[in-house]
Design a protein around this ligand. Structure first.
Ligand code: ZN
Length: 235
């Protein structure tokens, strides 16, 4: 039987430093439960923890596939930032260990990846939104409610921008799925009016017929939001 974690040697595209990073084998990922905002609860190691690679020398961080494929010569702002971090004797966060990671370290790595994604000239619009969702789920799984709420607010902003600018929507979600997800994040933040508005937009999307499962989830959660409003009013 293979172990879930393995170390891969990579080279930083910005400072050329070579280092080992821990990744999780996709063949051993076991999903125990799916959450209503499309996050997974895993059996065993949590796959989100190992989705980001961080260079220990210049701290450049990105989703694994982006770390391997980013074109450093197209990213002047990131180059400048990573150069500064290398030159100055700035204390770097303690997040560069190999092997099993804690949720705290995984969250810090994602926060770095989010900061670098915002700096990038070329990055798919969905990347930022996806990283924000990872952060939401990591904080939720570790029981940090306050940080989860903040991360959800950031994810809402990222998905709204993603939707407005017409990024390539994930095929399994389509437009209805993205609108539903924004609604769901609002509901989880107890912003029920906004939640219902986005559920409504999901249901009136012209693509909704292509996504029957999402239509059903949207109707269910629309009802949940309505009940929560009722409870808040009678409380
Ligand atoms: Zn580097």
């Amino acid at each position: 039987m293979s172990t879930p974690l393995w170390n891969k040697n990579v080279k930083c595209p910005f400072c050329q430093f070579e280092f080992g990073t821990t990744r999780m084998r996709s063949s051993v990922i076991k999903i125990k439960e799916k959450m209503t905002d499309f996050g997974n609860i895993y059996d065993g190691e949590c796959a989100y923890f190992y989705a980001v690679t961080v260079c220990p020398q210049c701290t450049f961080a990105a989703l694994n596939k982006d770390f391997d494929s980013v074109r450093a010569d197209y990213e002047p702002k990131v180059m400048e930032a990573t150069k500064k971090i290398r030159q100055a004797n700035v204390k770097k966060p303690d997040i560069f260990m190999l092997g099993s990671l804690t949720p705290e370290v995984a969250a810090k790595r994602h926060e770095l990846a989010i900061a670098f994604t915002k700096m990038r000239t070329y990055s798919e619009l969905g990347t930022l939104a996806g990283l924000c969702m990872h952060l939401v789920w990591i904080y939720r799984l570790s029981g940090n409610r306050e940080k989860e709420m903040t991360a959800m607010a950031e994810a809402i902003k990222a998905y709204q921008e993603f939707h407005e600018k017409g990024g390539d929507l994930p095929e399994k979600l389509g437009e209805p799925g993205v609108l539903y997800l924004i609604g769901e994040l609002y509901r989880r933040r107890a912003q029920y009016k906004e939640a219902r508005a986005y559920y409504g937009r999901a249901l009136s999307s012209k693509e909704i017929k292509l996504y029957p499962a999402i239509a059903e989830m949207t109707r269910d959660m629309m009802l949940a939001a309505k009940n929560s409003i009722g409870e808040a009013e009678t409380a």
